[in-house]
Design a protein around this ligand. Structure first.
Ligand SMILES: Cc1cc2nc3c(=O)[nH]c(=O)nc-3n(C[C@H](O)[C@H](O)[C@H](O)COP(=O)(O)O)c2cc1C
Length: 189
């Protein structure tokens, strides 16, 4: 089989796909779907999200200095797509998806009730990169639905049912099967 050289692009797949909530200065909430999101630090716990300057959410996150990362489940995939193709400038995406906004603990931005994991973040740094600005957010509160927890505080993936985005294929995927636990090659439990 041959191998093709292509112009450099961000062909890293899969990536998580997350629902980021934010508010404008009047407290009007919005939801934006993001695939350019990831963990960037452990202590303090931090997440990075890259947002294009032209997104309606960009101004909300920048002005308010906060956002919430809500993890979707497979059941929420239609809403994930809808929040990624419609702008909140003229549309109420909570109304569009039928999801419920519930108050957060440490930020003004609401959480998506249907999401099993929500991370409230305060913006610590904004790094302009080109097409996107990278917002580095510190997680100041974390919420996990009890129903997705296994023993010892572990997450039950079969209950959390996360969604992956495969750039290149431009498709949403569910996870397949577990391949081994962390440290299994050394016989760690
Ligand atoms: C799967 C998927 C991933 C996306 N990832 C990003 C991203 O990482 N950064 C970004 O700026 N836009 C991303 N978008 C586009 C925004 O979600 C989209 O433009 C959205 O309508 C913007 O909403 P807003 O105008 O209400 O902020 C993505 C869209 C989809 C469908």
């Amino acid at each position: 089989m041959g191998r093709k050289s292509l112009p450099p692009t961000t062909l890293l797949f899969p990536t998580p796909v997350v629902l980021v909530t934010c508010v404008d200065q009047k407290g009007r909430p919005n939801i934006i779907t993001l695939a350019w999101a990831g963990v960037v630090n452990s202590e303090p716990p931090m997440i990075g999200i890259s947002v294009r300057l032209e997104r309606y959410s960009y101004g909300c996150i920048k002005e308010m200095g906060e956002f919430v990362v809500n993890l979707p489940t497979e059941k929420m995939v239609r809403g994930v797509d809808a929040c990624g193709i419609v702008s909140g400038k003229g549309t109420d995406k909570f109304e569009l998806t039928g999801w419920k906004a519930i108050p957060a603990e440490k930020v003004k931005t609401p959480l998506i009730d249907e999401s099993p994991v929500q991370m409230e973040c305060k913006v610590k740094q904004i790094i302009p990169l080109g097409s996107h600005d990278l917002f580095l957010g510190e997680i100041v509160a974390l919420h996990v639905k009890e129903e997705i927890e296994k023993e010892k505080g572990r997450i039950d993936i079969l209950k959390a049912l996360p969604v992956a985005f495969c750039t290149g294929a431009r498709e949403y995927w569910s996870l397949g099967k577990p391949l081994g636990h962390y440290g299994f090659t050394k016989g760690k439990p």
